[in-house]
Design a protein around this ligand. Structure first.
Ligand code: V47
Ligand code: SF4
Length: 359
């Protein structure tokens, strides 16, 4: 029996596959076969349900002490408004929240640049403001990179920082800042910012203090398949220990307006291959998310056939990270649109809260 047939057999028997086997699936797996396996796994976990939520983003600043090469969003710490930089606080947050009547929103996702002067106090201020104004809203805020910076600036441990944020009302961490864990690739594209071990430490600590989280992977730039598998393997290992990850979110590198714009974006088939292998390999992370804002709406619906069970949310034109990198301008989907398109694709739309309880 050929190597690939042996791996197919393992997947069919629902056995965990190794890193070497996952690389082999990426390289030699037949896309239709990967699709079939990924679909079987998602059907077993979630039947025909496809999850979404009603969420907005709040991006408090795009000033950043780092200069990741793939980033189209960040401005230098001393950049001015004329140069496209912004600093928002509770006033702007209030303006944003006031647009939404009580009950029309279940989550605010806060992330942005790593601001040179904003430590844990600023994080606490934003989170507690939302909890005071709108206690029913789930606050998913601050990537592991932002948390690491807050801890450093406020001279606290990661655990102390997370505990303070949790006590202020933080509910979970988003999955950003993971990029690709391999140190040689990470150094080239995201030099200087929290290394892989720190990212994983922050999420492990978050899980231990009672905050769940998500995990992303930025792919389709200078990494190869072994780097993607290494990335997912480290997540799988941490998940075995803590069980705190809700969803895995592969993010295809978008190439406009950044320092790696010379790279071509990968094809749609490559996106689908990536979703399918992720669904097969990450047997212990319950949800696989297609973030339509980044991937494109049609592409995200297509991904439902490749193991994806979550479409993220309505977003309502509240994020700039992706449009600045060449993705959808003014991203917003109504609940009706999401539900009818999910149904058109043969799935049942299910509104969820941020920890995937059905609403
Ligand atoms: O870490 C930045 C990525 C991430 C580009 O947890 C880019 O539910 C592609 O993590 N091309 C931040 N990707 C966004 C994020 C996220 C999004 C949606 C939901 C959740 C969640 C988390 O955006 C960064 C980085 O990997 N990113 N620039 C780019 N040019
Ligand atoms: Fe800063 Fe995040 Fe952009 Fe990197 S990806 S430059 S950390 S905003």
């Amino acid at each position: 029996m050929s190597k690939i047939q042996e791996i197919y057999g393992k997947v069919e028997r629902q056995e965990r596959i190794s890193e070497v086997e996952a690389v082999c699936l990426y390289e030699d797996g037949d896309l239709a076969t990967l699709q079939k396996f990924a679909h079987q796994i998602r059907s077993e976990k979630h039947q025909d349900k496809t999850f979404y939520n009603r969420n907005i983003h709040f991006e408090p600043t795009n000033k950043c002490v780092y200069a990741c090469k793939f980033c189209s969003f960040a401005r230098k710490p001393k950049a001015t408004e004329e140069e496209g930089a912004w600093d928002y606080g509770t006033e702007e947050l209030k303006e944003q929240l006031d647009k939404y009547p009580v009950g029309s929103l279940t989550e605010v996702h806060i992330t942005g640049g790593v601001h040179p002067d904003r430590g844990v106090d600023f994080g606490e201020e934003l989170v507690s403001f939302i909890k005071r104004e709108r206690p029913e809203i789930h606050v998913k805020a601050f990537t592991a990179v932002e948390v690491t910076w807050m801890a450093k600036l406020s001279k606290l441990s990661v655990k102390e920082t997370l505990t303070r944020l949790r006590n202020a009302g933080l509910d979970s961490l988003p999955g950003g800042g993971a990029e690709i864990f391999d140190s040689s690739i990470r150094r080239k594209i995201a030099g200087g910012k929290a290394p892989a071990d720190r990212w994983l430490e922050v999420h492990g600590e978050a899980h231990r203090v009672g905050l769940s989280s998500n995990a992303t992977m930025l792919y389709g730039h200078i990494e190869d398949y072994s780097h993607r598998v290494d990335h997912m393997s480290r997540l799988r290992q941490l998940q075995d220990e803590t069980g705190g990850f809700n969803s895995f979110i592969p993010l295809r590198y978008r190439n406009e307006n950044n320092s790696m714009s010379n790279l071509k974006e990968v094809s749609l088939d490559e996106d689908m291959r990536n979703f399918a292998v992720a669904r097969i390999f990450l047997d212990n992370i319950p949800h696989l998310k297609a973030y339509w804002v980044m991937l494109g709406v049609e592409e995200a619906f297509k991904a439902l056939d490749y193991g994806v069970d979550d479409m993220d949310g309505t977003v309502d034109d509240s994020t700039k990270i992706y449009s600045m990198a060449g993705s959808i301008e003014n991203p917003a989907l109504s609940r009706d649109y999401l539900c009818s398109r999910i149904a058109e694709h043969g799935f049942k739309a299910v509104e969820r809260n941020s920890v995937y309880e059905e609403i």
